[in-house]
Ligand binder design. Structure first.
Ligand code: CA
Length: 201
């Protein structure tokens, strides 16, 4: 019995000591917690500022290289900072293909870098026979080749083109065959072919 009382006494003393220690520890931890929370807040703000600075710097560097990391809206792809949709399924004439592109918030494409476009088509579709309609013609005045926006088309004609073959070629195409030393060729506006839409960012 005495042993039991001694045991209970020892247990109570032990509990008091532990409780005191735990309480003391809790007080210290609470202060530390406040301090750490404040430090964490400062670090979080510093980290966010750093991430924003890195993002801005990445964009500056990208633009310095002629690139733009802003993505094109689906289903357009970014090619040399222009947004294109290559339609090889719905083979359409000039007017119908324009209408199709307009239905996507776009119009027939005016590629700034036709060689890049030609390489992309070859790599994507794995053939060199493809031709795609673009957003250019001499429909307003025979021989005066213009983009849909009105600018003259003066470069990137394959040698001997535009030849207005049989007097029926008034629309602009990108040719993928290496037989064409440059990408541009004139073809029929009524021909039902693949075409490329461009979404202007
Ligand atoms: Ca031609």
């Amino acid at each position: 019995m005495r042993g039991s009382l001694l045991g209970i006494h020892a247990l109570v003393v032990l509990l008091l000591v532990v409780t005191k220690d735990v309480y003391g520890e809790l007080v210290v931890n609470s202060q530390q917690h406040q301090d750490l929370t404040a430090v964490l807040g400062v670090l979080q703000r510093a980290l966010l500022n750093t991430m924003e600075a890195v993002s801005n710097l990445t964009q500056v560097v990208a633009k310095g290289h002629g690139l733009d990391y802003n993505e094109c809206p689906v289903p357009f792809i970014n090619l040399m900072n222009q947004c294109f949709y290559l339609n090889k399924v719905d083979k359409l004439d000039f007017e119908a293909s324009r209408k199709f592109c307009q239905g996507m918030g776009a119009d027939l494409a005016q590629p700034k870098y036709p060689h890049a476009l030609r390489v992309y088509i070859r790599d994507t579709f794995g053939d060199t026979r493809s031709i795609f309609k673009l957003g250019g013609s001499d429909l307003v005045e025979e021989g005066d080749w213009r983009w849909l926006t009105g600018e003259s088309i003066t470069e990137w004609w394959s040698p001997g083109q535009p030849d207005d073959y049989r007097g029926q070629q008034d629309c602009l195409y990108v040719q993928c065959s290496p037989a064409y030393k440059q990408p541009f060729d004139d073809g029929g506006c009524q021909s039902k072919t693949p075409f490329i839409c461009e979404y202007k960012k």
